[in-house]
Design a protein around this ligand. Structure first.
Ligand code: PAF
Length: 294
């Protein structure tokens, strides 16, 4: 496979802001027919994103990372406003990683009629409305709308998403199936800090104390995963909830053991793809995390 990424540190990242320029740049690549990977992000990049870029580099000749804080997936305008946008840091990270292109469109570029909504609705199945979808109405319509627009702009052969947003990847896969899109979706494992905290762009909002409290989420997931084959489901769930509810400064939204395809709670251990998922507010910051049970 042709490696356009070049040597780390020395590769020059190309910054592109319009769809037309992106299409021109990708068409002009000397490797006509090369494999293109897309890593969609909202910026505030961390090592979790970096691992997506590194995995993408192993699969494709050209890696495009998009940075776009997508307004249509935010249900709370305050959340949209305070979403971190450390652009210089992001560009340095992508340059050092040897990423080939960063696509950073404006809101008008992606949504020409904004703030007037466009006509977008897709049947994502009943899993759209549970867990994150229950408290964030329309969130996955917004996510799939922008991901489809990014697919249209980049025309990737393959796209990479993090397992941390488990439900998001499921929704994107459902969209790809529903629209019969010719793009392969790859889910990359959650990257954790040494103490277990799942990496997230939102972690920078955590105070030192919040950050300590937040560790109970990954601990509760690890407890459930490590004891899944030893304990009854209700015992696992009760104990995990006791751990979280017993931690100061945390308001639990949900902790569930669900089927990885329907996201409905599993009733017994015959479930084929069990996954434990958690969401909680830690101080002012809402965090999610999960673990796939083997
Ligand atoms: O996971 C994210 O950062 C976003 O939801 C995504 C997939 C880039 C769509 O805006």
């Amino acid at each position: 496979m042709l490696n356009l990424a070049g040597t780390k540190q020395t590769h020059k990242l190309k910054i592109v802001q319009t769809i037309a320029e992106l299409e021109r740049s990708l068409k002009a690549l000397p490797t006509g027919g090369s494999k293109i990977a897309l890593v969609p992000t909202m910026g505030a990049l961390h090592n979790g994103h970096l691992s997506l870029i590194e995995t993408a580099q192993q699969y494709a000749d050209v890696v495009v990372c998009s940075i776009f804080v997508n307004p249509t997936q935010f249900t709370d305008p305050k959340d949209l406003e305070k979403y971190p946008r450390p652009l210089a840091h992001d560009i340095k990270m992508l340059t050092d990683a040897g990423c080939n292109f960063v696509f950073m469109p404006s809101v008008k570029e992606m949504y020409p009629t904004y703030p007037t909504p466009e006509n977008w609705h897709i049947d994502l199945g009943s899993a759209e409305f549970v867990l994150e979808g229950e408290s964030r109405k329309g969130h996955y319509q917004g996510v799939t709308q922008i991901v489809k627009k990014l697919f249209d702009a980049v025309k990737p052969d393959i796209a990479f998403f993090g397992q941390k947003d488990f439900q998001q990847v499921l929704m994107i896969k459902n969209m790809v199936k529903a629209l019969e899109l010719q793009v392969q979706i790859v889910t990359c494992p959650i990257i954790r800090e040494e103490d277990g905290l799942a990496m997230s762009s939102r972690n920078i909002h955590l105070s030192e104390t919040d950050r300590k409290h937040a560790l109970v989420l990954s601990k509760a997931l690890a407890y459930v995963s490590n004891n899944y084959h030893k304990e009854e489901l209700n015992v696992l769930l009760d104990n995990a909830k006791i751990m979280i509810n017993g931690t100061e400064g945390i308001v639990l939204d949900y902790f569930t053991l669900a089927d990885g395809e329907t996201l409905l709670p599993i009733k017994d251990k015959s479930a084929k793809h069990p996954v434990a998922l958690v969401a909680a507010k830690v101080g002012e910051t809402r965090l999610i995390d999960n673990v796939i049970i083997n």
